[in-house]
Each structure stands twice: as structure tokens, then as C-alpha cells.
Design a protein around this ligand. Sequence first.
Ligand code: TXA
Ligand code: MG
Length: 311
Amino acid sequence: MNYSLSNIKKGKYFLDKHNCIGMPTETVYGLAANAYSNKAVSKIFKLKKRPRNNPLIVHYSCLKMLKRDCIINKNFTKLYYKFCPGPLTFILKLKKDSKVSKLVTNKKKTLAVRFPSHAKAKDLLKILNYPLAAPSANISSRVSPVTKKHVIEEFGKKIKYVLEGGPSKIGLESTIINLTNKPEILRIGSLDISKLSKALKTKLMHRRKTYMKVPGQRSLHYSPGIPLRMNCKKASLDEAFILVKKRNNSYKNFFYLSKNNNLKEAARKLYSILRIIKRKGYKKIAVEKIENKGIGQAINDRLRKASIKNK
Ligand code: TXA
Ligand code: MG
């Protein structure tokens, strides 16, 4: 291969050969592969140790390409023009003649689609003649990566290439909305539900039981690999204590997501801090109560999933 190629072209080189690469997005890094290729998509499942019944999100550069694979509707159009590209994933009906690999959807008739806004992801998607299936680039159930280094921590030499895109600006996964029926939020994420409700002029709800419709959300998820408890006023000294508001005292087990309760900053830092805590050898984590508003809802959702005791 010619090493004078730009990074984007290097990415394309590996993707065209049905390999997986790490791809930066504004939410988290994805493990990307040609969504039209069974060979490429099966590598994603193998690398991530992801159950085959957990479908993937497909990333598109433009509406034109999406329309070849999915049936769009009025609600989609409203949200697309307001929020895309950005941290929003739509569940749409698949067209019968769609070229998307059956492995992506686990033979379902719906497809999760997203238009990332990260400049590198957009540039890469633009030069490909296929969309990219890309789940978060972590081994299943673990914390999502928000830097190139994190992706390498997960997969090492098992993946051929990771496109450098700096730290993810948002740091939490996209919001998922099902538009195949009456609109419904399936995963709380970095785009506020109230903004979506306003755009659709309908009150959207996220009921926890909707997780049953999202196979990948049922069990332990986003886990740093050690027990985590939430809404804590204090922590023992051998426990990492995650905080969002500055305290008068300072101890070496304190890890601030923000010092002034800035929830956007907290979201951006959450996954990196969980990794740092694990690396430092802590055996458990306590987290201060985080306000359940705006992106705080998504932070709490991830913490709740990370605290499930099923391992
Ligand atoms: O921000 C994001 O969404 C990141 C970046 C890389 O785009 N991706 C991401 O993908 O979080 P993943 O695979 O880690 O999470 C996708 C979730 C899974 O819980 C999966 O079960 C759900 O979307 N999903 C995929 N297709 C679906 C479908 N057709 N119906 C319902 N849920 C679906
Ligand atoms: Mg994931």
C-alpha cells in the first residue's frame, strides 16, 4: 500500500478490502465496516464478541444513498433537516431490495441509521460507495471508546487501522428514535428528547421497558468491569468517587467529571474517567447524584446500565 495516502484514503483502502477500522464520530468511536458486505460485517461481530441477534447502526453520508435502502416518512424528514448530521439514530423500515447485509439487521425488517457530523467521518463516508455499519468500538458490554487510544486498548493489533479524529466532542452514544410506527425513544442519548418532541410536536417518552425492543440494551452495558453504585453522598477511601460538584476536601480517590456541575463536560469525560479508574486498580466505584435533566438523563442511563449486577 502507498503510505503517502491521506488518512481518509488509508481508511478507505482497508474498508474496500472488507476489513474493520476504527472511525471517530462526535458521540463515540465506531468499529466500521462495509454495511453491504457479509464478510466485513461478520468481522464486526467477531471482534466485538457481539451476539448476532443485536443489530448494528448503519452510517450514511447522504439522503440519496439512504433512500436506496430505507423507506423514509414525514417524521424522518422533519428530524433529518433539523438535526442531521448529528447524534441521532433513526429506526426505519428496510426496503425489500436493500443492499444492506442481512447480518447487520439479524434479518429484521427495520434498520438503524445515522448521519454522523464528525468531519473525518463525513469525509470518509463521502468517498465510499457503500454505507458503514458501525457499533461503538468496544468489546461487548464494556465502556465505549472516545479516543483512538481507547479503540487500540480494546482491539490492539486485531484491527488494521484507526482513523485519528481527536477526542469525541459529545462522549455519549446517539439518541435512538423508532419512526416505523408512532415515534418512540428507544435509547436516551446525547440529543435531548425535549428537542425531538418539539420538532415533532408530540410528547416523546422513554419508558424503560422499551429497552426490550433494543436487544443490545437489556443487560450489563457500558461497564468499566468493576462494581459501580450511583447517587452516593460519600465513598470509602478504597473506592473511586466520581463527582460533578467541587468539594471542600480533596482526596486522591476523587475523580471530577466537572467541578461546576456542567453536565455536557461530565458526559464528555465520563468514559475516559471510567477507564482511568479501572487502570489505577480500583475495585469499586461510587458516583455522586447527577441531576436527571438534559444530557444528565443519558449519563444516569449509562451509569444505571453499568451498575447492573449480572456478572
Ligand atoms: O453514537 C452511536 O450511536 C454510536 C456511534 C459509533 O455511531 N454507535 C452505537 O452503536 O452506539 P451500538 O451498536 O453500540 O448501539 C446501537 C444500539 C444497540 O443497542 C442495538 O441493539 C440498537 O442500537 N439497534 C440497532 N438496530 C436496531 C433496530 N433495527 N431496532 C432497534 N434497535 C436497534
Ligand atoms: Mg455500544
